[in-house]
Design a protein around this ligand. Structure first.
Ligand code: AFP
Length: 305
């Protein structure tokens, strides 16, 4: 007899997520099914250009942003949100319990090559976001759009992975993902910084000699999912060149992943402090990030400082 696996809704109840948080996560998951559909039906290379009738083809990151914004609005559970695609905090309802931060389509620069891309979401209680720290998140999730569409979430009770089935339901694939101490792979971003940062160069050269395998796609969701899926590994993106303070954004990218990775027993650092303790001072704040297997993150932080 086939083993029946819980749906996302049932699992959220079993892990004790408050009802309002469960409804919000289900609404985000529903939005991501529309993004999944948009990715499969928008002609590659055409988004952002003009069609044969001269109509502008809306870019996939804009489409994805509109889909999530609409679902957050309709949920009536969101006081405010910040998206990587918006210039400011969007206020919805003063009396709603949560605020949401999201990158609707991470890896949009590789989407036309048919590489995997993802959506990243962090959830805070209350309305204010500026002045908070990512440690205050009450939940985080990402959706990875690949050969399979996967959703990985935590509400502070472990990290759980779901697969989108043919009926359009997210079904549990693996409960309690964990990250062990010894990495077998490394993932390095913004390598241009190795030109000016000798310690970063030494680190990468060390990995090249170490027997670890390189795994890097240029989409943070895919690259950190690799770590969570294999249960080990390290991902770094260090500032330099065009991005002196780091390329990746604290609010929409690093904060939610730091929450998920620490829930899985890994570690996420700026090199000097836990990502989870960095104060959000502006929407587009960027940071260095070193994330993954704990002992390796500690070793890398020591080497880079
Ligand atoms: P886009 O969303 O603009 O494509 O950027 C993707 C990303 O923010 C992140 O997903 C990658 O890890 C990182 O950029 C890749 O950066 P490098 O250019 O340093 O490889």
């Amino acid at each position: 007899m086939p083993v029946s696996r819980p749906s996302l809704s049932v699992h959220l109840q079993e892990t004790g997520a408050p009802d309002t948080l469960r409804h919000l996560i289900l609404e985000v998951a529903r939005a991501c099914k529309y993004i999944h559909y948009a990715l499969r039906t928008t002609e590659a290379g055409l988004a952002g250009t003009f069609n044969q009738y001269g109509d502008a083809q809306v870019k996939l990151d804009v489409i994805s942003n509109d889909i999530i914004a609409r679902h957050l609005h309709e949920s009536r559970l969101v006081a405010s949100f910040i998206s990587e695609e918006e210039q400011s905090v969007i206020e919805l309802r003063d009396d709603a319990p949560y605020s949401v931060v999201f990158d609707p389509l991470d890896g949009s620069s590789v989407v036309d090559t048919n590489f995997t891309v993802g959506t990243i979401v962090g959830i805070y209680a209350g309305k204010e976001l500026i002045g908070r720290t990512p440690r205050e998140q009450v939940g985080a999730l990402y959706v990875l759009y690949g050969p399979r569409t996967l959703l990985v979430y935590s509400t502070g009770n472990g990290v759980h992975e779901f697969i989108l089935d043919e009926m359009g339901e997210f079904i549990l694939l693996h409960g309690f993902l964990g990250i062990g101490d010894n990495p077998k792979s490394y993932s390095v971003g913004n390598l241009v910084a190795t030109k000016e940062n000798a310690a970063y160069r030494t680190l990468v050269e060390g990995w090249m000699q170490s027997g670890l395998t390189l795994r890097y796609t240029g989409c943070m969701v895919t690259d950190i999912h690799h770590v969570l899926s294999k249960g080990n590994g390290i991902f770094v993106n260090i500032g330099g060149g065009k991005y002196p303070h780091g390329k990746l954004r604290l609010v929409f990218e690093c904060g939610p992943f730091a929450y998920l990775v620490e829930q899985a027993g890994g570690m996420a650092s700026t090199g000097k402090a836990p990502i989870l303790d960095v104060k959000i001072e502006s929407i587009d704040q960027r940071t260095n990030i070193i994330v993954g297997s704990m002992k390796e993150v500690e070793r890398v932080c020591g080497l880079l400082n």
